[in-house]
Design a protein around this ligand. Sequence first.
Ligand SMILES: Cc1ncc(COP(=O)(O)O)c(C=O)c1O
Length: 692
Amino acid sequence: MPSLKPVSRALVVSNDAAWLEPALSGLASASARLDNPFGIAFVSARTGDHAMQTVKADGDLQLVVIDKSLAGLGPGQAALDLANRINSWRPELSLYVVLSDDERAMVEELVSHAVDGYFDRDEPDYHGWFRILSAELAEKSATPFYDALQAYVKMAKDSWHSPGHSGGDSLKNSPWVSDFYEFVGENLLRADLSVSVPMLDSLLHPTGVIATAQNLAATAFGARKTYLATNGTSTTNKIIFQTLLAPGDKLLLDRNCHKSVHHGVILSDARPVYLDSSVCREFGIFGPVPKATIYRAIKENPDAKALILTCCTYDGMLYDLKPIVEAAHKAGIKVIIDEAWYAFARFHPAFRPTALECGADYVTQSIHKTLTSFSQASMVHVNDPEFDEHLFRENFNMYASTSPQYALIASLDVGRKQAMMEGYKLLDRILKLGAELRQKINSTGVFRVLDIGDLLPDEVRNDGVRLDPTKLTVDISKSGYSADEMEQVLFDKYNIQGEKSTFSTLTLLLGVGTTRSKVSRLCDAMFRLAKDRRRVPKQSYRMAEVPHFSRLACLPRSAFYESGECLYLLDDDGRPNEALTGRVCCDQVLAYPPGIPVLVPGQVITPPITSYLAKLLKGNKPVEVHGLADIDGEYAVRVLTQEELEAAPSRSLFLQDDEKAGDGDRQQQQKVQQLEQLPVPSADSVTEEVHD
Ligand SMILES: Cc1ncc(COP(=O)(O)O)c(C=O)c1O
């Protein structure tokens, strides 16, 4: 096993040889004589450009010391200029500037947020400098919660508190369940502790090691405040809504947002304004909401309190966020970005800017999805200048378990440390592996990794959308295998499990745990499968068009909490039930894939919606449909009764003019039918387009 001691390079930049040589040898001798747990070794550069080359190429670089002598804009200014350049490329690096005593007065003027500290050129105390650099790395790489957890476990205290397994003691001598002890390991059980241990702080009221871990995370991710969360981004999205939105407040949201966002709408009693996302029907993949749609929604809803978008999308599509955030801010709208799939972006310039760097007020990240943390370990980053910390805390505590899993918190500490200390290096490796994989898969001539041009729906082609290269969407349509068959063969024969599939694509995620061996095995499998390709049937499939959003008749919460009544989706002849037309749905109904809600609570049901659902359920390809009721083995939709609808407190917000005038229900039904007969596909055309 190779040594796992870290290597940390420190770059000293100066064009003054008379200063540089003694500085380098003084620092090297200090590193040899003093304790050097991070393996700091010094290298040099003579110019700013040379320094930048090293910053880009050396993944083990942790520190840069810049001498004021750099030729350029005046004493010290060139050094700070370089510090800013380095910072915008790799913000995680620690930067020190060396100035003379007589320039000290300038420091305040020159001070740059990029710089972590200054050394005095006239006081070349290399031992002292080395100690400071080493301490800087100790601070950055600290894992305060994980350290305290380890320390506590090592103390071997007797447990007279929850959890009931008492560090695994209930398991280890049991003839029935000791295998679980062996399987998960002693440390995981010993570290499964509770708020009864004060030295481990409290996730619900952090003042000690968890507070310190949160501060370190905020620095690492570039936030004013960061919160560690153990209930996933599914929960943190809801916490933010409940902090920002009072009942009835308007929220602009991508209709394709994760279901937790839609649940958050119900819980916060917000008034949603749904924005239809773009869709690439050829491959069954949803893209961003068109910029024009977002700008229009901002213009038409200046009273909206918040906008939430997913960036990147599940398939890796990234908005050009900055102008969108600016437009929202101009209208006084807070911006929440669901970065569940993009937590690593801060640590390599190929992926930046992050949502926070684009000015987002709240960012939620599933650290567990793409970095090294256990499932459910997430973070919320806050940059909102008007952040109401007290309210956020109250909402956080309302959703958080009072028994958070401590291994998850420790894994957030470790995930953040790894991203900070070696994220650049790991991501650089992933980018190279991804490019190699892409090239090899394409060289099969049968499989093809789709690029942004293939995936971008027409309506967002000019929106500056980018693609995250760690998410590979492979077109398998020429192989003759269906996606389900392909996934099964990869699993059974080649021991490979991908992320997801559509009818013609397979998605593979590269991550910090991707190894060269896994890449080789995948390439081998793809080559063999390409050789075994089958004759491809002539017809080509397109995803059925998800019906456009119809309209709300009341707030989602008002509909969700009513009892409602259930109406069959199909009539006695097996046709879409016309009695559903004009009725108001109580539940969120979504088909997976694609995962976009076809109906949300409070939404008026239209004929294309019933046809679409009926066709999905009758198709040959099994589709999961969530939110339908089961009445005697038949699918049914829970809808508001007329009395419930009329009594809904939020009803008046949505009354159409003709409904206000009376005779509302019948007129509303007629209107919906007329409207829906115009541009949307008929039931039959939807039918033909569904892949089955
Ligand atoms: C866009 C998006 N947001 C939020 C979530 C929920 O994240 P978590 O699994 O951390 O609860 C997911 C999960 O897949 C997601 O895709």
